[in-house]
Design a protein around this ligand. Structure first.
Ligand code: NDP
Length: 324
């Protein structure tokens, strides 16, 4: 009986998903309250978490009967997965259902950045087309560019497919070479940055990618270089990026993600050669609904005694994502 299973929703949640969760499970939505505000009995009852934010080790430790954390999003760097795995708690995410949507937004950032579309649109809205004349010719073009994708996974491949349609050459860097693509592989990011003029980050966040795109990588990208980041803000050394943009070390940047969201540094906002989006990669009603269904699906399967739909690799490798 799923209505007897208690699921914690710590923070904000997609409204339709929250409705479905409430119709299916016994939901404890904190909505501003703290975990400590719950009674001991209530905390003990919690067996699952559905969340769009952070699950630190302390939250996992405070819930002795926790079995599964259903992360709303494919990137689960907000969950202390190592700690969860150690305690036998399964983590699930929402792969595939958002891949095409995020790849679309990546191409939008590539086009907006190379052709200065944000600035051109402001030129029109501010009446300058009429008062001052045409928007200046852009410094850059997508023609003849080579894109380097850091993180050629599900989203990276969907980006590559789109770029092929734009006649852009593609190279990539992952920790391991893929045997299903012919794109040139670079075992290190610096080598990729040296080889291309458009660096696209579609890798996960977390310790393994932290500040990987640093001053040296940006310098290697070069003065005609464009950086597009739709992965995680933590993967880019943000102060180094600001310096590189201010000094003309690279030409421009298109960013959907930032180091300390929702805070975006004033210096970044002041730069004319940036296109800045408030982490909207997957943020359509359509795709968020699909993600929500997968969050609910993972919880329903697990608490019906079956394997979760989309456990993360750490849970699979630890052998804990089997039938509940
Ligand atoms: P995948 O796991 O399919 O792909 C990730 C790729 O990154 C893999 O090819 C992997 O290859 C590579 N990778 C992982 N770690 C490293 C590393 N340390 N250095 C270099 N490459 C690495 O994930 P998805 O494509 O589904 O999603 C990718 C990321 O996109 C998510 O983790 C999330 O952070 C971000 N995202 C952002 C969204 C937004 O709204 N802006 C929306 C959705 C996702 P290998 O293992 O060989 O290194």
């Amino acid at each position: 009986d799923l209505s007897a299973v208690t699921i914690l929703v710590p923070g904000k949640m997609n409204p339709d998903t929250l409705d479905t969760l409430k119709a299916t499970f016994d939901v404890e939505h904190l909505a501003g309250r703290k975990l400590e505000d719950l009674s001991e009995e209530r905390r003990q009852a919690i067996r699952g978490i559905a969340q769009m934010g952070q699950v630190p080790a302390a939250m996992i430790d405070a819930l002795p009967n926790l079995e599964l954390i259903a992360n709303f999003g494919v990137g689960y760097d907000g969950v202390d997965t190592a700690h969860a795995t150690k305690k036998g708690v399964v983590v699930t995410n929402t792969p595939e259902v958002l891949t095409e949507e995020v790849a679309d937004i990546t191409l939008a950032l590539v086009l907006m950045t190379t052709r200065e579309l944000g600035a051109a649109e402001r030129h029109l809205r501010e009446g300058k087309w009429e008062s001052e004349g045409p928007y200046p010719l852009t410094q850059t073009t997508l023609r003849g560019r080579t894109a380097g994708i850091m993180g050629l996974g599900r989203i990276g491949l969907a980006i590559a497919r789109r770029l092929e349609g734009f006649d852009v050459k593609i190279e990539y860097h992952n920790r391991s070479k893929r045997d299903d693509v012919a794109y040139p592989y670079h075992a290190d990011l610096l080598s990729l940055a040296k080889s291309v003029d458009t660096l696209i980050v579609a890798a996960p966040g977390g310790a393994s990618t932290e500040k990987a795109v640093n001053a040296e990588v940006l310098k290697a990208l070069g003065s005609d270089g464009i950086l597009v980041n739709i992965g995680r803000g933590t993967t880019v050394d943000e102060p180094a990026l600001i310096e590189a943009l201010e000094n003309g070390t690279i030409r421009g940047a298109g960013l959907d993600v930032f180091e300390k969201e929702p805070h975006v540094p004033e210096r970044l906002k002041a730069l004319p050669n940036t296109v800045l989006l408030p982490h909207v990669g997957s943020a359509s009603r359509h795709t968020r609904a699909e993600m929500g269904k997968l969050v609910v699906g993972n919880l329903v399967e697990w608490f019906s005694g079956r394997a979760p739909v989309t456990p993360v690799s750490e849970s699979v490798e630890a052998g804990i994502a089997r039938k509940g």
